[in-house]
Design a protein around this ligand. Structure first.
Ligand code: CA
Length: 413
């Protein structure tokens, strides 16, 4: 749900100008936005937002038409699982997570005692969702959700979230100037949507406010509460890497194709270290599934219902695998044993920043050196791949990084 961009928020005046300019193209205007807000007010009142609160938190809010572009954005290519994981579970995030495990050891112990979710899992969600609270989104929530409630696809859905955001402000849980999030409305350390917040956020430090923006204890406990309510079973592994027997039928794989662990064992599946599944912490009757995120040639995993609970956080298997794997790394585990089926492995965030620095040294305007390979970085990578005789895909991987590293000094353009 997060935006990959890290531009600083524009001043309000610039936003108004920008909105005016984009609205002209789209045929949508600030006046239409204000009329729409006026029409939504009675529905907001029915949903528990007092008229005075509605006025107070929406009056003078400019529409942000850029969120509609995000809503309609179609990525030009799908990130391979190995690129996705290389950025989300890198040495930096593991080291940061281990530091957080120590720093918050006391509160994490209380959280585990209260909700039955272990510290490494809670901290791994935190790391993947917001980089431990560092990246929580730059969109004022009322503005973004208000705009999405009035224009574009899925207005009904966003209205529910919009009204929930207004209720959060009305209750005083979070101050308006602190309620920023992704373009789609996920906010705070846990990146909850407002309605998820209302259902599942908890006030763990007991100050009377459920603060997922500025209070780590509330955020960690709310994450644990989310997982507990999703059915987390403490002490059960999410799963682990396995080795498939020759001739394994790939149609048996899939998260929903649950079978007792004993059945997979009988088909010849063993833990990746060769151990019997039952000796690797899985009860014989445990309902499990086999995941093949990159098909038969990449790493294979056996997963339990706890994997499904993590999946519930963001409804993507690659995402759940990132959290599960980061949690294992935080417990001292190593990288996957089976290599991904590629001869050009993905880049950590440190390597992405290095690649961006090498591109900038060659005169490319790639914006901020932020480790996020956006459109400008990809265009530059594509050109350099062409120049170096590599396949010009625009994808940042080890091959282009190594080739640019080897050129010292950088050639002039
Ligand atoms: Ca609190």
């Amino acid at each position: 749900m997060r935006s990959p961009e890290r531009r600083a928020a524009l001043p309000l005046a610039a936003l108004v100008l920008l909105a005016g300019c984009v609205s002209h193209v789209r045929g949508q205007t600030q006046a239409e936005f204000e009329q729409c807000l006026g029409r939504l007010q009675p529905a907001a009142q029915k949903a528990g937002v007092e008229p005075a609160s509605f006025r107070r938190y929406t009056q003078g809010t400019p529409a942000d038409f850029t969120v509609l572009e995000k809503l309609d954005y179609q990525p030009e290519f799908k990130l391979a699982i190995w690129d996705y994981l290389a950025g989300l579970v890198d040495d930096e995030r593991v080291a940061d997570g281990k530091e957080r495990l120590q720093r918050y050891a006391a509160v994490l112990r209380q959280v585990e005692a209260t909700y039955g979710v272990d510290a490494a899992t809670v901290v791994a969600v935190w790391g993947v969702e917001s980089d431990y609270g560092r990246i929580t989104g730059k969109y004022p929530l009322v503005q973004a959700l208000g705009t999405l409630s009035c224009f574009g696809r899925r207005q009904d859905y966003f209205r529910g979230e919009f009204f929930a955001a207004l209720r959060i402000l009305q209750r005083g849980d979070i101050a308006p100037e602190r309620l920023y999030g992704s373009w789609a409305g996920a906010f705070g350390h846990t990146q909850f949507m407002p309605q998820t917040y209302e259902r599942l956020a908890v006030d763990f430090d007991g100050d009377g406010r459920r603060d997922l923006v500025d209070n780590s204890a509330d955020a960690l406990a709310s994450t644990a509460n989310f997982l507990r309510r999703g059915g987390w079973q403490n002490g059960l592994t999410w799963g682990f890497e396995v080795r498939l027997p020759p001739g394994f039928d790939p149609s048996l794989a899939g998260r929903k194709n649950k079978r007792p662990a004993s059945e997979w064992a009988a088909r010849g599946i063993v833990a990746v270290d060769g151990k019997n599944l039952a000796n690797s912490g899985l009860a014989e009757g445990e309902r499990t599934a086999i995941l093949l995120p990159a098909g038969m040639r990449g790493p294979a995993f056996i997963v339990t219902r706890n994997f499904d609970v993590i999946y519930g956080y963001n409804a993507a298997e690659s995402y759940a695998l990132a959290i599960a794997h980061l949690a294992d790394r935080l417990r001292g585990g190593g990288p996957f044993v089976t290599p991904w089926p590629t001869d050009d492995a993905g880049l950590s965030r440190a390597e992405r920043r290095e690649l961006q620095t090498l591109l900038a040294a060659r005169g490319y305007d790639i914006g901020a050196i932020d480790g996020a390979l956006g459109e400008k970085s990809r265009a530059a990578i594509k050109q350099e791949q062409g120049r170096l005789g590599q396949e010009a895909t625009g994808r940042g991987g080890q091959k282009i990084l190594r080739a640019l590293r080897a050129e010292q000094p950088a050639p002039p353009r």
